[in-house]
Ligand binder design. Structure first.
Ligand code: HEM
Length: 466
């Protein structure tokens, strides 16, 4: 028998007569971050679009996020729940990783995977990260204009492939790269969600086909690595055993390999970092001084990080203002409560680090980019959560910080990358939070200056710029 809920009504708008919540759902799909911001401004830390019968609940800020993440048996993760997919398809196998698991199966998989993502283990990938970064940057010519967001995506994808699968041959990298790009492009098309029809010409069909091919490609790598293990992450996952001596099955390995392949977030974080440095020349110059003094031209290593406090603060502050995973979902697994409010089973709960990181009661002058706010600051892990919180918090955090710090240390010592004057920058969620039309920069020799580009677009709502 479901528990009877006697609880106050969640804050939210009066019911519209017909198609009320559907209209609001469309508004949310069109620009989720603007929608969440307005829900927070109007109704506060917790709200719904349908107070009489909550379907969608919005949770912002430490108070309710702490409770939601602290009760994972009531508020479960179920990534890709909205995407209909045939049960034995490549897409179903690719998406069955950690972010779809809860309870004991989640704990078991995470326990098996943790050693490969521990900071000591990821530090072993330093050489590979440096090599790939230098190869990619060798293609930059002083004086040219480049879409640095594209460059960073390619770079992070290559680092991911090298460290996860030890795929280094250009043909293999390009093939996997192409499959990944095709899958992401078709899977994120609105028609895939709205018209899941497996017929020619539909993006849903393209998604299923690309997923089948990627599933086979990852499987081939797993079979080869079983025979011939390497230093890569997938070899560690293949070898991992639990207390009962059991490892992950081949299907489970495919799902976890795909889940661990989210280097897209690191590319997004680095793109926003370069924009923030362009817009804050004093911070950029100070950071270049720090890198030069401590590294003298060499790439940063994990052992250097303690001597690079500004690098750390710049990344923290960028991840605050532009968290790549700017929103997330949980589902109520049972009739339950959050604070005093009743939450019916199957309610979708939306949370947003983008909104939570802008609460003035948590961060003073929240729209200022001020890396120094992190000097000596202690973090409330439910108020600042670029890497999530609770049992599903990012397993790749140490890896992401390592790769971002190494790449930035090389990039900023080799080049100055002023943003092209007059660039329009609109924030957009495309899996990660990215500048919608990209970030064009001019490649220049390293050096200090006080120039900053004039930029327009919705980025000016996201951060106070001069
Ligand atoms: C700046 C870069 C990154 C950011 C901001 C980020 C952020 C996140 C967030 C917010 C979550 C939690 C999602 C949720 O609660 O629904 C997550 C989960 C996860 N991330 Fe990351 N991530 C980053 C890079 C990476 C990298 C490089 C890897 C792999 C090497 C990785 C692997 C994972 C995995 C496996 C999970 C699922 C954990 C679980 O469900 O137990 N992430 N990440």
């Amino acid at each position: 028998m479901p528990r009877r809920i006697t609880a106050p009504r969640l804050p939210g708008p009066a019911q519209l007569p017909v198609l009320g919540w559907q209209l609001r759902a469309l508004k949310m799909l069109a620009d989720p971050l603007a929608f969440f911001t307005s829900m927070h401004q109007r109704y506060g830390e917790i709200s719904t679009t349908t107070p009489r019968a909550p379907k969608h609940v919005f949770v912002f800020g430490p108070k309710y996020q702490r409770e939601m993440f602290g009760r994972p048996q009531s508020f479960i993760a179920d990534a890709f729940r909205e995407l209909r997919m045939p049960p034995r398809s490549g897409m179903a196998r690719l998406t069955q990783g950690l972010l779809k698991l809860n309870g004991d199966p989640h704990r078991r998989h995470r326990g098996l995977m943790q050693p490969a993502f521990h900071s000591r283990a990821v530090a072993q990938h330093h050489k590979a990260i440096v090599e790939v970064t230098e190869e990619e940057l060798d293609r930059f010519q002083v004086g040219e204009v480049r879409r640095i967001d594209h460059d960073l995506s390619r770079l992070m994808l290559r680092i991911g492939m090298r460290t996860l699968f030890d795929v280094a041959e250009t043909d293999d990298v390009d093939r996997l790269n192409g499959l990944m790009e095709r899958l992401l492009a078709s899977a994120t098309a609105p028609t895939t969600l709205l018209l899941p029809l497996d017929v020619p010409g539909m993006s849903y069909r393209r998604t299923l086909r690309a997923a089948d091919q990627l599933d086979s490609a990852i499987r081939e790598i797993i079979v080869a690595k079983r025979e011939n293990p390497g230093e890569d992450i997938i070899s560690m996952l293949i070898a991992a055993r639990d207390d009962q001596g059991q490892g992950l099955t081949e299907d489970e390995l495919v799902g976890e390999a795909y889940t661990s392949f989210c280097h897209d977030s690191s590319a997004s974080a680095l793109t926003w970092t370069l924009l923030m440095l362009d817009q804050h020349p004093q911070v950029r110059n100070d950071l270049c001084d720090e890198l030069e003094a401590e590294l003298g031209g060499a790439p940063a290593e994990a052992a250097d990080f303690d001597r690079l406090p500004l690098l750390d603060r710049v990344l923290k502050e960028t991840l605050r203002l532009f968290p790549p995973a700017s929103m997330g979902l949980r589902y109520a697994a049972e009739d339950c409560t959050l604070g005093p409010y009743g939450i019916p089973r199957d309610t979708t709960l939306f949370f947003s680090s983008y909104v939570s990181h802008r609460l003035p009661e948590v961060f003073t002058d929240p729209l200022d980019f001020r890396p120094d706010r992190w000097t000596g600051a202690s973090l409330d892990s439910y108020g600042y959560l670029p890497f999530g919180a609770g049992p599903h918090s990012c397993l790749g955090r140490a890896f992401a910080l390592l790769e971002m710090k190494i790449v930035l240390s090389i990039l900023l010592q080799r080049f100055r990358l002023p943003v092209v004057d007059g660039t329009r920058i609109d924030r957009k969620i495309k899996i990660s939070l990215v500048p919608d039309h990209g970030l064009p920069v001019t490649v220049a020799a390293p050096g200090r200056d006080r120039q900053l580009a004039a930029v327009t677009g919705s980025v000016r709502e996201a951060v106070d710029l001069v």
